[in-house]
Design a protein around this ligand. Structure first.
Ligand code: APR
Length: 280
């Protein structure tokens, strides 16, 4: 095998070459990593995009700085801004995108090893990705508990409190602590499932990253765990992380839904994906 093909697993650094690689059967352990950019087409703003990003639109909440809305110390001091935002972001009002459906299709085809997501919108679950193949690295709105004694808080009760943007207190009267969804705030530990699966990216034979600035660690370190020679495909508006530094990095810089549709068409999965998405 000549030297120059050793590092280039792909025929060239294009979406079509990745499709060829998948069709060749050499991608059976695909690891997908997603951020807020995969859900913007669903109507959920991301965090850092200029103008539309959440952190540029929280002035109405009178925060010391935008990230404070997700900081545990600020939440203890004043939980109201978070609950105002929670009302806007709460799952149930949004529909999975074609990109979410693509991840579910990979799972259906037994090609998905794991999905790591930073998102708290549960759209991956709604798209039909099997829960055992999802690592919600920053938690989600799915459950909630007292931040002091950790006693779980009832779901139905929580939905009412979020609807009225009124922060609930612990079910245990003698505690009375504030209740927060199981979203990982700045200053909090990531869930155990993240650390239990943190070496999974080393098993990948293809890594696909969608819609993230790769600014927040330790999640941002995941793409670097891919072994040399394993193709890494980025669907993002901008270049992020260390993408582009490896011979088998493929960068699609644009709307992720367009890039994923291009990959899916090259794979010949277009009809199957559209049908699956429509039925969600
Ligand atoms: N198509 C492709 N890329 C997109 C799209 C889109 N439709 N919309 C946004 N993007 C890109 C943006 O250009 C940006 O690079 O997605 C990325 C989103 O980055 P962030 O807003 O920083 O979101 P994310 O990376 O998920 O943030 C990580 O930060 O605030 C914390 O815990 C929070 O999980 C979050 C973490």
């Amino acid at each position: 095998v000549s030297e120059d093909t050793k590092t280039d697993t792909l025929s060239d650094r294009s979406v079509a070459a990745v499709a060829e690689f998948i069709k060749s059967g050499r991608a059976k352990q695909i690891v997908v990593m997603t951020g807020a950019g995969i859900s913007t087409a669903a109507g959920i703003p991301d965090f850092r995009s200029p103008n539309t990003g959440l952190y540029n639109n929280l002035a109405r909440l009178d925060l010391p700085h935008p990230e404070a809305v997700f900081e545990i110390d600020f939440f203890r001091y004043n939980p109201r801004p978070f609950y105002v935002l929670a009302k806007e972001l709460y799952p149930g009002n949004f529909h999975p995108t074609i990109s979410h459906a693509f991840v579910a299709l990979l799972a259906k085809k037994k090609l998905l090893r794991m999905l790591f997501t930073q998102n708290i919108d549960c759209l991956e679950r709604a798209a039909g990705v099997p829960p055992e193949l999802i690592v919600e690295a920053h938690g989600s709105f799915a459950t909630q508990r007292c931040i002091d004694c950790k006693t779980p808080f009832p779901d139905a009760e929580m939905r009412k409190c979020v609807e009225s943007a009124s922060p609930p207190n612990c079910v245990r009267k003698e505690c009375g602590g504030l209740v927060k969804p199981d979203i990982v705030f700045f200053g909090e530990q990531l869930p155990n499932t993240f650390f239990a699966n943190a070496t999974v990216p080393r098993e990948a034979d293809l890594v696909i990253v969608v819609g993230t600035s790769l600014m927040v660690h330790p999640f941002a370190g995941l793409p670097r765990l891919a072994r040399d020679g394993v193709p890494r495909l980025l669907f993002n508006m901008e270049r992020v992380g260390d993408f582009g530094t490896r011979a088998d990095d493929v960068l699609y810089l644009g709307e992720c839904d367009d890039g994923i549709r291009k990959l899916v068409d090259e794979l010949g999965w277009g009809d199957e994906l559209e049908k699956m998405w429509v039925e969600l």
